[in-house]
Design a protein around this ligand. Structure first.
Ligand SMILES: [Ca+2]
Ligand SMILES: [Ca+2]
Ligand SMILES: [Ca+2]
Length: 168
């Protein structure tokens, strides 16, 4: 029992290199089923990124540091693990407490080194921090690639075309 919990914990921890960063979500690249038939506008992508940016930029100075990203990541990972634990702990036998399970999730300080790498990948001016622009850039690059007729909206058809291409 204990073993499988820990295995799961490790898997959850390792799965996303940076859940907070990825979670900020490319609506164009990973559409929610409900929006599957609607187009996604460039403005919506920017709006989504900016909202995510604000959440991660905990001191509101307009820059995301590795420490801020690590803290956001740890929070996302903990929330995910809590959800997994709640799902699994159906018999409430107290074999492994929620606290013990969660303690397997990485502490922000342990993540900061990795986050520096994540940030470096998008840090255009190499100051070790991400501005809202730098944070948006990777998602917008995906968006612009998908928006093949450049009308500022990734339509369902454009998305399907991209998916079909990926399968080939
Ligand atoms: Ca900040
Ligand atoms: Ca920067
Ligand atoms: Ca388009």
């Amino acid at each position: 029992m204990t073993k499988s919990y820990l295995k799961l914990a490790a898997a959850v921890a390792v799965a996303g290199a940076s859940p907070a960063f990825a979670n900020a979500a490319a609506p164009a690249a990973a559409p929610k089923p409900a929006a599957a038939n609607q187009g996604v506008t460039r403005a919506a992508v920017i709006q989504g990124r900016d909202a995510a940016f604000k959440k991660i930029d905990s001191n509101n100075d307009g820059n995301i540091t590795a420490a801020e990203l690590a803290a956001a990541d740890a929070a996302v990972t903990r929330a995910r693990m809590q959800a997994e634990f709640n799902k699994l702990d159906t018999n409430h036998d107290g074999q492994l407490s929620s606290a013990e399970f969660l303690s397997a999730s990485p502490a922000p300080s342990a993540l900061t080194g990795n986050m520096s790498k994540t940030i470096a990948a998008f840090d255009k001016n190499k100051d070790g921090k991400l501005t809202a622009d730098e944070f948006r850039a990777p998602q917008l690059a995906v968006f612009d690639k998908l928006d093949s007729n450049h009308d500022g909206t990734v339509s369902a058809a454009e998305r399907q075309a991209a998916q079909a291409q990926r399968k080939q």
